[in-house]
Design a protein around this ligand. Structure first.
Ligand SMILES: *[C@@H]1O[C@H](CO)[C@@H](O)[C@H](O)[C@H]1NC(C)=O
Ligand SMILES: *[C@@H]1O[C@H](CO)[C@@H](O)[C@H](O)[C@H]1NC(C)=O
Ligand SMILES: *[C@@H]1O[C@H](CO)[C@@H](O)[C@H](O)[C@H]1NC(C)=O
Ligand SMILES: [Zn+2]
Length: 516
């Protein structure tokens, strides 16, 4: 009761007026918790490390999916199914091995998605805004990039004969996917038009062009058409929209170039759901799917007739890549959790995280734990808090029954900084009559900023499958690809190659699963 001392008399009355109604009858029995704990204990006792070689590796990256986002998304997922929510088990919650990653970059205490992607994909910490280069390269300085390139686990996997893919909800040239294939002193060099004159004269190339010139990627799915086509090229979906038109000053049409590069293979370029659905994974060698000129839509704002969900794109990628007898490496990014948080839109961020969890479930359905290492992590956090004393089952997007010293309510989700900072006549806005559960609602922020910053606490690493136990503990984020590469027997450290491959029974299980 200690904490209740700080409540105002007014809010205490409110608290007492409502009992906890959402708790189930069985939760009142100590036996409920004891037997649940016994089951959990037995599962922990039965857990033995899987020391197979990982034939396949799937890395799910929730951009900006800090631990508060993770918890809040779990509650939302349950509440979308009319559960109380707190007790809901997300698919990612079922992963047996859990660790934490320290996310700072070489130059900043709180990092960005470019430096972190270089860490968890290339295994090297670097400077803010830089992609696929070591910390010897400086942000935006092309000359400092030369000789300091570092390669990613996607390349290591390709070099080992595996199929490789990237799936994102952002543009495919965005920081996270870019770090799998590009080297750029600036994450902003999406197309050649974005290169400053100094970078062009020092022969740096844009990220979009590196999609074709570096690692040969079997599956590329996301947004980002406008960086691929000559300046002024009309977008097929938004022909009248100027901001959607092609950006390139060098006149290159990278989509057509990609198609001619793959002319002797079964390679499909698609930009809409109809054509995407028609792609037969059984006969397809290469897929490039770019559904938007820039980033894709938020999942709840997506037109399901035009754009597939992250569940559908993940499934298509796995079905194409899993044909390779040597296995595959796939990066799946839920990239817009971060963008919703920057806008202070808690609801949208949580819905994006729930969508990512559904994609994780689909991947587990299509693969076999005996031979597939699946990792879920985030690049960095956001200054989101879950606060107040909301009752059990209270909407995670709702208000706390506890009112503040200013006799005004507040929402459970709030931000340390961002666009939601408002003062009306020296007071916080009165949200008593405001529906805080709408998609567009911007949660209160302590400090005004047009775009919320990132957060600096550790992010979670969840792992299952071969050598997943290597990811337990508190580690530098740059450790992650080294552990995954060891498990998959790709990259420089091949000590694990002599270990037994996944058992034959597992392979036939997967065969039925994938093709059945
Ligand atoms: C949750 O309850 C609402 C209102 O009763 C209902 O319309 C909706 O279909 C339910 N959703 C689920 C997933 O059960
Ligand atoms: C850029 O490339 C051109 C053509 O290959 C070469 O002549 C020039 O020396 C290069 N410049 C730098 C700064 O490397
Ligand atoms: C999808 O793309 C194809 C190829 O450009 C086009 O023929 C078709 O009309 C598009 N479908 C829709 C619904 O826009
Ligand atoms: Zn961000």
């Amino acid at each position: 009761m200690e904490s209740y001392r700080s409540l105002t008399a007014f809010s205490l009355v409110l608290l007492l007026a409502r009992g906890s109604t959402a708790t189930t009858v069985e939760e009142r029995s100590p036996e409920f918790w004891r037997s649940q704990a016994q089951q959990t204990l037995q599962a922990a006792l039965d857990l033995t490390p899987n020391t197979n070689v990982a034939k396949n590796t799937v890395l799910f990256l929730g951009d900006g999916m800090g631990i508060t986002t993770y918890t809040a998304a779990r509650i939302l997922k349950g509440q979308l199914q009319n559960q109380s929510g707190e007790e809901t088990v997300m698919t990612m919650d079922t992963f047996p091995y859990v660790g934490l990653a320290k996310t700072y970059s070489v130059d900043f205490q709180i990092p960005d998605s470019a430096a972190t992607a270089t860490a968890y994909l290339c295994g090297v910490k670097s400077n803010l805004n830089t992609i696929g280069v070591s910390a010897a390269a400086r942000n935006g300085v092309c000359r400092s990039q030369k000789g300091n390139e570092v390669t990613s686990i996607l390349k290591w996997a390709k070099d080992a004969g595996k199929a490789v893919g990237i799936v994102t909800t952002t543009r495919v040239q965005h920081a996270t996917p870019a770090a799998t294939y590009a080297h750029s002193a600036s994450r902003k060099w999406y197309s050649d038009a974005d290169l400053p004159a100094s970078a062009r004269s020092a022969n740096c190339t844009d990220i979009a062009s590196q999609l074709l010139s570096n690692t040969d990627i079997d599956v590329i799915i996301g947004g980002g058409r406008k960086y691929m086509t000559p300046r002024g090229t009309r977008d097929p979906e938004y022909p009248r929209d100027y901001s959607s038109r092609g950006r390139r000053k060098d006149g290159r049409h990278l989509i057509q170039e990609w198609q001619s590069m793959k002319a002797d293979k079964v390679a499909h370029y698609v930009w809409n759901k109809t054509d995407f659905d028609a792609v037969d994974p059984e006969t397809t060698d290469y897929l490039m799917a770019l559904f938007e000129p820039g980033d894709m839509h938020f999942d709840v704002e997506r037109d399901p007739r035009m754009d597939p969900s992250i569940v559908e794109t993940t499934e298509k990628a796995i079905r194409i890549l899993s044909k390779n007898p040597k296995g595959f490496f796939l990066l799946v990014e839920g990239g817009r959790i971060d963008q919703a948080h920057h806008a202070g839109r808690g609801s949208m961020a949580l819905h994006e995280a729930v969508a990512l969890d559904r994609a994780v479930a689909k991947a587990l359905e299509l693969t076999n734990e005996e031979e597939t290492l699946t990792v879920v992590t985030a690049d960095h956090s956001h200054p989101l808090v879950i606060n107040g004393y909301p009752f059990r089952g209270n909407s995670i997007l709702g208000k706390s029954p506890l009112w503040a010293e200013d006799i005004l309510p507040f929402t459970t989700l709030m931000y340390g900084n961002g666009p939601g900072h408002k003062m009306v006549g020296g007071k916080r806005p009165d949200i008593r009559k405001v529906d805080t559960k709408t998609r567009g609602y911007v949660q209160l922020a302590a400090v005004p900023l047009k775009s919320a910053t990132h957060g600096g606490e550790d992010v979670v690493i969840l792992a299952r499958g071969p050598m997943a136990h290597l990811l337990q503990g508190v580690h530098e984020q740059s450790y992650i690809p080294h552990a995954m590469a060891y498990a998959a027997c790709v990259g420089a450290d091949r000590r694990h190659c002599a270990a037994r491959p996944a058992v034959a029974a597992a392979q036939s299980y997967e065969h039925t699963n994938i093709h059945g």
